[in-house]
Unconditional design. Structure first.
Length: 352
């Protein structure tokens, strides 16, 4: 549950100040609304933990946590170390990464808090939801009645064929008239941009334009190969229009993306997708049926996968149809049923 004025996670953490997690603000809301369930996401669960000490004057509630990242075990939430997927929490590794990410003052505090809070959260939270098996396994969430894997989702309406006509009416920037490939995400090495640009240069013959849509990062290149178009910070409706028009979408992350919504949006648009066999993307794509998976960081394998899709009209159609069918398991209605069943299990029993 995300509430205005309550502490939420971001790329930086703040030093302790009075009521740093918004506990008093949340306590007032809980006292007024008396909810059956508080559903927290990532680090904001720390705001609710202090309220679990039930008393006659403090209402009881079921507490659910959804993990959209690796913040349960990783101070930087990315589970990356020196450009590679981290093996998991360890004092030396976590401290050095946190200092590098947050600085010498905030870093050690954040690393220590992550380690100290983990066992408390495991005991005090009624149900932990991970958005992918990768998140559950890396976060060391026990496979039990008190844990589930429930993915991120797209709106049911985004999977309907009529959405294409609606997207076409969006006043979006001009898209290439010829077939083009699409990447949407942070323009960073961890999202596979370096691998993608190398693969693009390996393509034989006349290669289609490659459109990059996303946010500039510290390691975003300043020079791009011919044929690459860079578009910064497009609104969501423009991104969806691009998905509807592209010949294929690619997300070659080297980091273990938990459950990237951009990939679901491309699948909902019926586009053939290429992603990497890491993180939650393994749950999302059935290789060869609803998309293609390649090894992270392998530019030659990525180039072969791109060439394969571009050269085969039948394969493009099969993968696009498979993607649209597969994404039905990642729609709001499918996910809502799972979340509602969790709520029913953890809600406190009502007195007759």
């Amino acid at each position: 549950m995300h509430l205005p004025g309550v502490y939420s996670t971001s790329r930086t953490h703040h030093l302790p100040v009075p009521d740093p997690l918004g506990v008093r603000a949340l306590a007032r809301i809980v006292q007024r609304e008396r909810p059956d369930i508080v559903h927290a996401h990532n680090w904001i669960v720390n705001s609710a933990l202090a309220l679990r000490r039930h008393s006659a004057t403090r209402p009881s509630f079921g507490l659910v946590l959804t993990l959209h990242d690796y913040s349960q075990v990783c101070a930087t939430k990315r589970l990356m170390r020196a450009g590679s997927v981290c093996k998991g929490p360890a004092a030396g590794r976590c401290l050095s990464c946190a200092v590098s990410h947050y600085g010498p003052v905030v870093g050690p505090v954040t690393a220590a808090a992550t380690a100290a809070m983990r066992p408390w959260k495991n005991r005090a939270i009624d149900h932990i939801v991970s958005v992918s098996r990768a998140v559950a396994e890396a976060s060391r969430i026990p496979d039990s009645q008190a844990s589930s894997v429930v993915p991120n989702f797209v709106l049911d309406s985004s999977v309907l064929p009529s959405v294409k006509a609606a997207s076409a009416r969006v006043d979006a920037p001009a898209l290439p008239e010829e077939p083009f490939m699409l990447f949407v995400g942070e323009l960073s090495t961890e999202k596979g941009l370096k691998t993608l640009l190398k693969a693009y240069q390996l393509l034989d013959g006349r290669r289609p334009p490659l459109m990059l849509v996303g946010k500039r990062m510290p390691d975003t290149p300043t020079q791009f190969p011919n044929g690459v178009q860079v578009n910064l910070m497009w609104p969501h409706e423009h991104v969806m229009a691009a998905f509807q028009s592209c010949v294929l979408a690619v997300l070659p992350s080297t980091c273990p993306d938990a459950c990237p919504t951009t990939l679901l949006e491309a699948m909902a648009a019926g586009r053939p997708v290429i992603a990497t066999s890491v993180g939650g993307m393994i749950d999302m794509i059935v290789d060869g049926r609803s998309g293609l998976l390649v090894s992270p960081g392998d530019d030659q394998a990525l180039a072969r996968a791109i060439s394969r899709i571009l050269a085969d009209d039948r394969l493009r159609a099969q993968l696009g149809a498979g993607a649209r069918k597969r994404v039905l398991a990642f729609t709001a209605s499918a996910v809502a049923e799972q979340i509602e069943s969790i709520y029913a299990k953890v809600a406190p029993a009502k007195s007759p």
